[in-house]
Write a new protein. Structure first.
Lengths: 218, 179
Protein backbone atom coordinates (compact mmCIF):
# COMPACT_ATOMS: atom_id res chain seq x y z
CA UNK A 1 0.00 0.00 0.00
CA UNK A 2 1.39 3.44 -0.87
CA UNK A 3 2.44 5.33 2.23
CA UNK A 4 -0.06 8.09 1.68
CA UNK A 5 -2.92 5.64 1.56
CA UNK A 6 -1.82 3.80 4.67
CA UNK A 7 -1.61 7.13 6.51
CA UNK A 8 -5.13 7.95 5.42
CA UNK A 9 -6.23 4.50 6.48
CA UNK A 10 -4.60 5.08 9.84
CA UNK A 11 -6.46 8.32 10.32
CA UNK A 12 -9.75 6.77 9.34
CA UNK A 13 -9.11 3.97 11.81
CA UNK A 14 -8.31 6.48 14.51
CA UNK A 15 -11.47 8.42 13.82
CA UNK A 16 -13.46 5.24 13.87
CA UNK A 17 -11.83 4.38 17.19
CA UNK A 18 -12.82 7.70 18.73
CA UNK A 19 -16.40 7.17 17.62
CA UNK A 20 -16.41 3.64 19.02
CA UNK A 21 -15.01 4.80 22.35
CA UNK A 22 -17.64 7.51 22.63
CA UNK A 23 -20.44 5.09 21.87
CA UNK A 24 -19.12 2.55 24.37
CA UNK A 25 -18.99 5.24 27.04
CA UNK A 26 -22.56 6.09 26.16
CA UNK A 27 -23.63 2.55 26.95
CA UNK A 28 -23.18 0.50 23.76
CA UNK A 29 -21.03 -2.01 25.56
CA UNK A 30 -21.24 -4.65 22.90
CA UNK A 31 -19.08 -2.46 20.66
CA UNK A 32 -16.10 -2.98 22.93
CA UNK A 33 -15.08 -6.19 21.22
CA UNK A 34 -14.98 -4.36 17.93
CA UNK A 35 -12.73 -1.74 19.46
CA UNK A 36 -10.14 -4.18 20.77
CA UNK A 37 -10.30 -6.77 18.01
CA UNK A 38 -7.47 -5.20 15.97
CA UNK A 39 -5.23 -5.43 19.05
CA UNK A 40 -5.92 -8.97 20.26
CA UNK A 41 -2.65 -10.24 18.88
CA UNK A 42 -0.61 -7.38 20.28
CA UNK A 43 -2.13 -7.64 23.72
CA UNK A 44 -1.46 -11.36 23.77
CA UNK A 45 2.12 -10.83 22.56
CA UNK A 46 2.80 -8.27 25.28
CA UNK A 47 1.46 -10.59 27.96
CA UNK A 48 3.40 -13.53 26.53
CA UNK A 49 6.63 -11.53 26.48
CA UNK A 50 6.37 -11.10 30.22
CA UNK A 51 4.78 -14.37 31.33
CA UNK A 52 6.36 -16.71 28.75
CA UNK A 53 3.51 -19.15 29.05
CA UNK A 54 0.59 -19.19 26.65
CA UNK A 55 -2.12 -20.08 29.14
CA UNK A 56 -1.05 -17.42 31.63
CA UNK A 57 -0.63 -14.91 28.83
CA UNK A 58 -4.11 -15.57 27.51
CA UNK A 59 -5.64 -15.13 30.93
CA UNK A 60 -3.70 -11.94 31.58
CA UNK A 61 -4.66 -10.62 28.13
CA UNK A 62 -8.35 -11.25 28.81
CA UNK A 63 -8.11 -9.62 32.21
CA UNK A 64 -6.29 -6.61 30.78
CA UNK A 65 -8.97 -6.10 28.15
CA UNK A 66 -11.68 -6.32 30.79
CA UNK A 67 -9.83 -3.71 32.82
CA UNK A 68 -9.61 -1.50 29.77
CA UNK A 69 -13.35 -1.82 29.42
CA UNK A 70 -14.01 -0.97 33.04
CA UNK A 71 -11.74 2.06 32.88
CA UNK A 72 -12.62 3.24 29.41
CA UNK A 73 -13.71 6.57 30.87
CA UNK A 74 -10.20 7.16 32.11
CA UNK A 75 -8.74 6.86 28.64
CA UNK A 76 -7.46 10.23 27.48
CA UNK A 77 -7.42 10.96 23.78
CA UNK A 78 -3.94 12.46 23.83
CA UNK A 79 -2.38 9.00 23.84
CA UNK A 80 -3.15 6.28 21.34
CA UNK A 81 -5.70 3.74 22.45
CA UNK A 82 -3.35 0.90 21.51
CA UNK A 83 -0.58 2.31 23.71
CA UNK A 84 -2.96 2.68 26.61
CA UNK A 85 -4.19 -0.87 26.15
CA UNK A 86 -0.64 -2.25 26.01
CA UNK A 87 0.24 -0.33 29.15
CA UNK A 88 -2.64 -1.95 31.01
CA UNK A 89 -1.54 -5.34 29.69
CA UNK A 90 2.05 -4.84 30.80
CA UNK A 91 0.90 -3.88 34.29
CA UNK A 92 -1.43 -6.84 34.52
CA UNK A 93 1.22 -9.30 33.34
CA UNK A 94 3.89 -7.87 35.62
CA UNK A 95 1.57 -8.08 38.59
CA UNK A 96 0.86 -11.74 37.89
CA UNK A 97 4.50 -12.46 37.37
CA UNK A 98 5.38 -10.95 40.72
CA UNK A 99 2.66 -12.95 42.43
CA UNK A 100 3.36 -16.29 40.85
CA UNK A 101 7.07 -16.23 40.42
CA UNK A 102 8.19 -14.33 43.47
CA UNK A 103 10.33 -17.26 44.52
CA UNK A 104 11.98 -17.91 41.18
CA UNK A 105 15.31 -16.28 40.61
CA UNK A 106 15.77 -14.04 37.66
CA UNK A 107 18.25 -15.17 35.04
CA UNK A 108 21.70 -13.91 35.78
CA UNK A 109 21.60 -11.58 32.83
CA UNK A 110 18.99 -9.45 34.57
CA UNK A 111 21.37 -8.61 37.33
CA UNK A 112 24.10 -7.59 34.99
CA UNK A 113 24.98 -3.97 34.68
CA UNK A 114 23.14 -2.90 31.59
CA UNK A 115 25.51 0.00 31.09
CA UNK A 116 28.41 -2.40 30.65
CA UNK A 117 29.59 -2.86 27.12
CA UNK A 118 28.40 -5.90 25.28
CA UNK A 119 30.75 -7.29 22.73
CA UNK A 120 29.25 -9.11 19.78
CA UNK A 121 30.27 -12.70 20.08
CA UNK A 122 29.92 -13.96 16.60
CA UNK A 123 30.82 -12.23 13.39
CA UNK A 124 29.36 -14.84 11.09
CA UNK A 125 27.89 -13.42 7.98
CA UNK A 126 24.15 -13.49 8.08
CA UNK A 127 22.94 -13.46 4.56
CA UNK A 128 19.64 -11.81 3.81
CA UNK A 129 16.88 -14.05 5.02
CA UNK A 130 13.72 -14.04 3.00
CA UNK A 131 10.78 -13.38 5.23
CA UNK A 132 9.13 -16.45 3.71
CA UNK A 133 11.21 -18.57 6.06
CA UNK A 134 8.78 -17.42 8.74
CA UNK A 135 6.22 -19.68 7.14
CA UNK A 136 8.21 -22.52 8.62
CA UNK A 137 7.14 -23.36 12.09
CA UNK A 138 10.59 -24.48 13.15
CA UNK A 139 11.97 -21.05 12.26
CA UNK A 140 9.34 -19.27 14.30
CA UNK A 141 10.01 -21.73 17.08
CA UNK A 142 13.73 -20.94 17.07
CA UNK A 143 13.05 -17.23 17.13
CA UNK A 144 10.60 -17.65 20.00
CA UNK A 145 13.11 -19.72 21.96
CA UNK A 146 15.82 -17.14 21.47
CA UNK A 147 13.49 -14.39 22.64
CA UNK A 148 12.37 -16.38 25.67
CA UNK A 149 15.97 -16.84 26.71
CA UNK A 150 16.52 -13.10 27.14
CA UNK A 151 16.20 -11.54 30.57
CA UNK A 152 12.83 -9.99 31.24
CA UNK A 153 13.85 -6.37 31.03
CA UNK A 154 15.40 -6.88 27.60
CA UNK A 155 12.52 -8.98 26.37
CA UNK A 156 9.91 -6.44 27.40
CA UNK A 157 11.59 -3.59 25.60
CA UNK A 158 12.32 -5.65 22.51
CA UNK A 159 8.77 -6.96 22.23
CA UNK A 160 7.14 -3.56 22.59
CA UNK A 161 9.54 -1.76 20.31
CA UNK A 162 10.41 -4.28 17.62
CA UNK A 163 7.43 -6.61 17.60
CA UNK A 164 4.68 -4.19 18.47
CA UNK A 165 6.29 -1.23 16.77
CA UNK A 166 5.78 1.23 19.58
CA UNK A 167 8.02 4.29 19.42
CA UNK A 168 10.87 4.64 21.91
CA UNK A 169 8.81 7.16 23.88
CA UNK A 170 5.74 4.93 23.92
CA UNK A 171 7.83 1.95 25.01
CA UNK A 172 9.32 4.03 27.83
CA UNK A 173 5.88 5.13 28.94
CA UNK A 174 4.38 1.64 28.81
CA UNK A 175 7.19 0.22 30.94
CA UNK A 176 7.61 3.27 33.18
CA UNK A 177 11.33 3.60 32.41
CA UNK A 178 13.41 6.35 30.80
CA UNK A 179 13.96 6.60 27.04
CA UNK A 180 17.69 6.21 27.72
CA UNK A 181 17.00 2.85 29.37
CA UNK A 182 14.84 1.82 26.45
CA UNK A 183 17.68 2.54 24.04
CA UNK A 184 20.30 0.75 26.13
CA UNK A 185 18.17 -2.34 26.67
CA UNK A 186 17.06 -2.39 23.07
CA UNK A 187 20.66 -2.35 21.90
CA UNK A 188 21.49 -5.20 24.23
CA UNK A 189 18.44 -7.24 23.26
CA UNK A 190 19.06 -6.84 19.55
CA UNK A 191 22.74 -7.74 19.88
CA UNK A 192 22.01 -10.81 21.97
CA UNK A 193 19.35 -12.01 19.56
CA UNK A 194 21.68 -11.52 16.66
CA UNK A 195 24.36 -13.49 18.42
CA UNK A 196 21.91 -16.25 19.22
CA UNK A 197 20.50 -16.50 15.74
CA UNK A 198 23.27 -15.58 13.33
CA UNK A 199 25.16 -18.88 13.55
CA UNK A 200 22.05 -20.95 12.91
CA UNK A 201 20.04 -18.76 10.61
CA UNK A 202 23.01 -17.33 8.78
CA UNK A 203 24.58 -20.67 8.04
CA UNK A 204 23.07 -24.08 8.02
CA UNK A 205 19.42 -24.29 8.98
CA UNK A 206 19.67 -27.85 10.17
CA UNK A 207 22.52 -27.16 12.56
CA UNK A 208 21.52 -26.70 16.14
CA UNK A 209 21.53 -23.17 17.41
CA UNK A 210 24.13 -22.56 20.04
CA UNK A 211 21.60 -21.44 22.65
CA UNK A 212 19.78 -24.71 22.25
CA UNK A 213 22.70 -26.41 23.96
CA UNK A 214 21.72 -24.63 27.10
CA UNK A 215 24.87 -22.57 27.52
CA UNK A 216 24.27 -18.88 27.67
CA UNK A 217 27.19 -16.92 26.32
CA UNK A 218 26.69 -13.86 28.53
CA UNK B 1 35.25 11.79 12.48
CA UNK B 2 36.57 8.29 12.93
CA UNK B 3 34.77 5.76 15.11
CA UNK B 4 36.06 2.54 16.62
CA UNK B 5 34.30 -0.83 16.51
CA UNK B 6 33.32 -0.41 20.17
CA UNK B 7 31.69 2.92 19.47
CA UNK B 8 29.88 1.45 16.49
CA UNK B 9 28.47 -1.39 18.59
CA UNK B 10 27.28 1.06 21.21
CA UNK B 11 25.37 3.12 18.66
CA UNK B 12 24.39 0.47 16.15
CA UNK B 13 20.86 0.09 17.46
CA UNK B 14 20.31 3.86 17.53
CA UNK B 15 21.73 3.97 14.02
CA UNK B 16 19.05 1.57 12.77
CA UNK B 17 16.39 3.61 14.57
CA UNK B 18 17.59 6.83 12.93
CA UNK B 19 18.53 8.20 16.33
CA UNK B 20 22.11 9.31 15.64
CA UNK B 21 23.16 12.75 14.43
CA UNK B 22 24.27 13.20 10.81
CA UNK B 23 27.99 13.42 11.62
CA UNK B 24 27.99 10.15 13.54
CA UNK B 25 25.82 8.51 10.90
CA UNK B 26 28.34 9.42 8.20
CA UNK B 27 31.23 8.17 10.32
CA UNK B 28 29.46 4.88 10.99
CA UNK B 29 28.66 4.37 7.33
CA UNK B 30 32.30 4.97 6.54
CA UNK B 31 33.22 2.38 9.17
CA UNK B 32 30.77 -0.24 7.88
CA UNK B 33 32.18 0.04 4.39
CA UNK B 34 35.63 -0.88 5.65
CA UNK B 35 34.90 -3.26 8.55
CA UNK B 36 33.47 -6.65 7.65
CA UNK B 37 32.76 -7.60 11.23
CA UNK B 38 30.72 -4.53 12.03
CA UNK B 39 28.91 -4.84 8.70
CA UNK B 40 28.01 -8.41 9.67
CA UNK B 41 26.67 -7.23 13.01
CA UNK B 42 24.64 -4.54 11.27
CA UNK B 43 23.15 -6.99 8.76
CA UNK B 44 22.35 -9.44 11.49
CA UNK B 45 20.66 -6.87 13.65
CA UNK B 46 18.65 -5.66 10.72
CA UNK B 47 17.52 -9.24 10.07
CA UNK B 48 16.54 -9.64 13.70
CA UNK B 49 14.37 -6.53 13.57
CA UNK B 50 12.82 -7.53 10.29
CA UNK B 51 12.02 -11.11 11.31
CA UNK B 52 10.60 -10.35 14.73
CA UNK B 53 8.72 -7.37 13.37
CA UNK B 54 6.67 -9.62 11.15
CA UNK B 55 3.24 -10.24 12.53
CA UNK B 56 3.45 -13.94 11.79
CA UNK B 57 5.80 -14.16 14.76
CA UNK B 58 2.86 -13.96 17.12
CA UNK B 59 0.41 -16.78 16.74
CA UNK B 60 -2.74 -16.56 18.78
CA UNK B 61 -3.64 -19.82 20.50
CA UNK B 62 -6.45 -21.68 18.80
CA UNK B 63 -9.84 -20.35 19.97
CA UNK B 64 -8.33 -17.27 21.60
CA UNK B 65 -10.72 -14.82 19.96
CA UNK B 66 -13.73 -16.93 20.71
CA UNK B 67 -12.87 -17.29 24.39
CA UNK B 68 -12.09 -13.59 24.66
CA UNK B 69 -15.35 -12.62 23.05
CA UNK B 70 -17.28 -14.88 25.39
CA UNK B 71 -15.55 -13.53 28.47
CA UNK B 72 -16.20 -9.97 27.37
CA UNK B 73 -19.85 -10.75 26.74
CA UNK B 74 -20.21 -12.25 30.19
CA UNK B 75 -18.65 -9.24 31.83
CA UNK B 76 -19.82 -6.31 29.80
CA UNK B 77 -23.40 -7.47 29.32
CA UNK B 78 -25.35 -4.89 31.35
CA UNK B 79 -25.56 -2.68 28.32
CA UNK B 80 -29.26 -3.04 28.98
CA UNK B 81 -30.72 -0.31 31.07
CA UNK B 82 -29.94 -0.23 34.74
CA UNK B 83 -32.79 0.20 37.18
CA UNK B 84 -32.07 3.91 37.46
CA UNK B 85 -32.04 4.14 33.70
CA UNK B 86 -35.49 2.63 33.54
CA UNK B 87 -36.79 5.06 36.14
CA UNK B 88 -35.43 8.00 34.17
CA UNK B 89 -36.83 6.62 30.93
CA UNK B 90 -40.24 6.03 32.50
CA UNK B 91 -40.28 9.54 33.86
CA UNK B 92 -39.39 10.91 30.46
CA UNK B 93 -42.20 8.93 28.86
CA UNK B 94 -44.67 10.34 31.35
CA UNK B 95 -43.43 13.83 30.58
CA UNK B 96 -43.69 13.32 26.84
CA UNK B 97 -47.11 11.76 27.10
CA UNK B 98 -48.17 14.59 29.37
CA UNK B 99 -47.01 17.18 26.92
CA UNK B 100 -48.95 15.47 24.15
CA UNK B 101 -52.04 15.54 26.31
CA UNK B 102 -51.42 19.21 26.97
CA UNK B 103 -50.86 19.95 23.31
CA UNK B 104 -53.99 18.11 22.36
CA UNK B 105 -56.16 19.88 24.87
CA UNK B 106 -54.86 23.33 24.06
CA UNK B 107 -54.56 23.18 20.28
CA UNK B 108 -57.50 20.84 19.79
CA UNK B 109 -57.85 18.54 16.84
CA UNK B 110 -55.21 16.16 15.48
CA UNK B 111 -51.52 16.83 15.10
CA UNK B 112 -50.28 16.97 11.55
CA UNK B 113 -49.94 13.58 9.95
CA UNK B 114 -46.34 12.50 9.47
CA UNK B 115 -46.81 11.54 5.84
CA UNK B 116 -48.51 13.45 3.11
CA UNK B 117 -49.63 10.15 1.63
CA UNK B 118 -51.38 9.30 4.79
CA UNK B 119 -54.78 7.91 5.13
CA UNK B 120 -56.11 8.32 8.60
CA UNK B 121 -56.42 4.99 10.27
CA UNK B 122 -59.90 5.46 11.57
CA UNK B 123 -60.75 1.81 11.07
CA UNK B 124 -57.85 0.47 13.14
CA UNK B 125 -58.92 -0.89 16.54
CA UNK B 126 -57.59 1.73 19.00
CA UNK B 127 -56.38 -0.80 21.60
CA UNK B 128 -54.48 -2.92 19.10
CA UNK B 129 -50.75 -3.16 19.85
CA UNK B 130 -48.68 -1.78 17.02
CA UNK B 131 -45.02 -0.97 16.56
CA UNK B 132 -43.44 2.33 15.59
CA UNK B 133 -39.90 3.60 15.06
CA UNK B 134 -39.11 6.88 16.78
CA UNK B 135 -38.19 8.65 13.56
CA UNK B 136 -40.56 6.72 11.31
CA UNK B 137 -43.87 7.79 9.86
CA UNK B 138 -45.99 4.68 9.94
CA UNK B 139 -47.20 2.15 12.46
CA UNK B 140 -47.25 -1.54 11.76
CA UNK B 141 -48.49 -4.87 12.94
CA UNK B 142 -45.51 -6.40 14.82
CA UNK B 143 -43.49 -8.46 12.34
CA UNK B 144 -44.68 -6.57 9.26
CA UNK B 145 -42.03 -7.01 6.53
CA UNK B 146 -42.27 -3.37 5.55
CA UNK B 147 -40.82 -1.99 8.73
CA UNK B 148 -37.74 0.01 7.79
CA UNK B 149 -35.92 0.59 11.03
CA UNK B 150 -36.24 -2.69 12.89
CA UNK B 151 -33.58 -1.78 15.42
CA UNK B 152 -35.43 0.79 17.45
CA UNK B 153 -39.04 -0.27 17.59
CA UNK B 154 -41.47 0.69 20.26
CA UNK B 155 -44.73 -1.08 21.08
CA UNK B 156 -47.69 1.18 21.71
CA UNK B 157 -51.42 1.07 21.13
CA UNK B 158 -52.84 2.17 17.81
CA UNK B 159 -54.57 5.01 19.58
CA UNK B 160 -51.27 6.37 20.91
CA UNK B 161 -49.65 5.93 17.53
CA UNK B 162 -52.31 7.91 15.80
CA UNK B 163 -52.27 10.53 18.50
CA UNK B 164 -48.56 11.05 17.79
CA UNK B 165 -49.17 11.48 14.10
CA UNK B 166 -48.15 8.03 12.86
CA UNK B 167 -50.18 6.69 9.96
CA UNK B 168 -51.10 3.05 9.34
CA UNK B 169 -48.93 1.01 7.06
CA UNK B 170 -50.88 0.50 3.87
CA UNK B 171 -49.76 -3.13 3.66
CA UNK B 172 -50.18 -4.70 7.03
CA UNK B 173 -53.08 -2.43 8.08
CA UNK B 174 -54.80 -2.70 4.74
CA UNK B 175 -57.84 -4.48 5.99
CA UNK B 176 -58.64 -1.68 8.42
CA UNK B 177 -58.32 1.13 5.93
CA UNK B 178 -61.36 2.60 4.22
CA UNK B 179 -60.81 2.86 0.53
Amino acid sequence: MPEELSVLGGRAAQFNEEVLIRRIRDGEHDLFYELIRPYERRVFAAALAILRNEADAEDAAQEAMLKAFKHIRQFRAESRFSTWLIQITVNEARMRRRKEHADIMEPIVDRQDEEGNYTPRDFADWREIPLETLERKEVRQKLAEALASLGEKYREVFVLRDMQHLSIEETAKALAISTASVKTRLLRARLMLRDLLAPGLGGNWSSKLSFAKGAKPW
Amino acid sequence: MVVSCEEVWREISNYLDGEVDPALRAAMEEHFSGCKQCAAVLDGMRNVIQLYGDERMVELPLGFSHRLHRRLEENTAPARRTFLGWVVAAAATVLVAGSFELARSSVSGHPELRSEHARPGNGVPPEMIVVVAADGKTFHVPGCPFIHDKARLQRITAREAMREGYVPCVRCMKKYLST
